[in-house]
Ligand binder design. Structure first.
Ligand code: C2E
Ligand code: MG
Ligand code: MG
Ligand code: MG
Length: 292
């Protein structure tokens, strides 16, 4: 098929492009019904503290069960929601679901699990955000300190003064704040240092190639050192192997997240009937420490 003639290849691309545009349009339309028709759900991925080898938090990640297209990833539909003004209602819906589910799990299993939730640029600029957050905390009974918002550098740089004000307001409520995907945007630690962040998540792209790059190791080490000197906890994202986990532990990362430690799962599968059996999580070195 690679040897198809130019004309035919164009025709092929044309069909592919049209299909992609059609999918885009359909999904954008259908997204309006996603929340009302109960097609959205939250998957939870554990965040492990490397000092205790215990799950200290879960990141809530939206999923869309589309009646025709099956599971649509947030990488595809969050941008659509951002374009179409739906992001604020979908974001509020997500927060309602996640705070209620987590509050219930915390009670049922008597665990101090924090919920991390992502905020997109438009959500950060929504004048109703702070009151939405107050509302979902009050309704769910989840303590403010059990909630952490993750925002990317780009979300902050989009409108820095609004972002700064909103982040301070959120911090006032008692929630904590994390810089997400650090290293992929165009901010500096100097700029971020003025904002009330508690932790910094090093982007997965740094971790993926860590094994065979000394330069990358030096870079990650210096990010960790700088973050610590600014009083930020460091979380590394995208840990997929035991080797990466040990490396990041040695480099001084405080917490870690990734498929190796746990994939995003439905809330029912997050904590088994025996709550402590998933603390600490599986993994060769982790298994040594045994449950308490
Ligand atoms: P993120 O906040 O950086 O979330 C981490 C993403 O990396 C998730 O993808 C997660 O499944 C994936 N991931 C975690 N560990 C690994 C790993 O070891 N290897 C690999 N290859 N991937 C890993 P997901 O769930 O597809 O979410 C993508 C992005 O969509 C998120 O990136 C976040 O920016 C956005 N998103 C998800 N849920 C929400 C939400 O409720 N609200 C908003 N505003 N954005 C959301
Ligand atoms: Mg995140
Ligand atoms: Mg991230
Ligand atoms: Mg990301």
């Amino acid at each position: 098929q690679a040897k198809t003639q130019g004309g035919r290849r164009y025709a092929f691309f044309d069909i592919e492009l049209r299909e992609r545009m059609q999918r885009h349009l359909v999904l954008e339309q259908d997204l309006h019904h996603a929340a009302p028709q109960d097609q959205l759900w939250v998957a939870y991925q554990p965040i492990i503290d490397l000092r205790t080898d215990r799950t200290v938090a879960v990141e809530g990640l939206l999923r869309w069960r589309h009646p025709v297209h099956g599971t649509v990833s947030p990488g595809e539909f969050i941008p659509l929601a951002e374009e179409s003004d739906l992001i604020n209602s979908i974001g509020a819906h997500m927060l309602r679901m996640a705070t209620h589910e987590l509050a219930a799990q915390r009670q049922r299993h008597r665990v101090e699990l924090r919920l991390n939730a992502n905020l997109s640029p438009r959500q950060l600029e929504d004048p109703g955000l702070v009151s939405t957050v107050q509302q979902v905390l009050a309704d769910s009974g989840l303590a403010a300190r059990a909630l952490c918002f993750e925002v990317t550098e780009n979300a902050i740089m989009h409108d820095p003064s609004t972002a700064a004000r909103v982040l301070h307001e959120l911090r006032e409520l008692g929630v904590s704040l994390a810089i997400d995907d650090f290293g992929t945007g165009h901010s500096s630690l100097a700029q971020l240092q003025r904002l009330p962040f508690d932790s910094l998540k090093i982007d997965r792209s740094f971790i993926t190639n860590l094994d065979d790059s000394d330069d990358l190791r030096v870079l990650v080490t210096s990010i960790i050192t700088m973050a610590h000197s600014l009083g930020l906890e460091v979380v590394t994202e995208g840990i997929e192997t035991a080797r990466q986990l040990e490396l990041l532990r040695d480099l001084g990362s405080d917490q870690a997240q990734g498929y190796y430690l746990g994939k995003p799962t439905p809330i029912e599968e997050l904590l088994p009937a025996h709550p402590l059996s998933c603390f600490p999580p599986r993994g060769p070195r982790l298994a040594d420490s045994g449950p308490e």
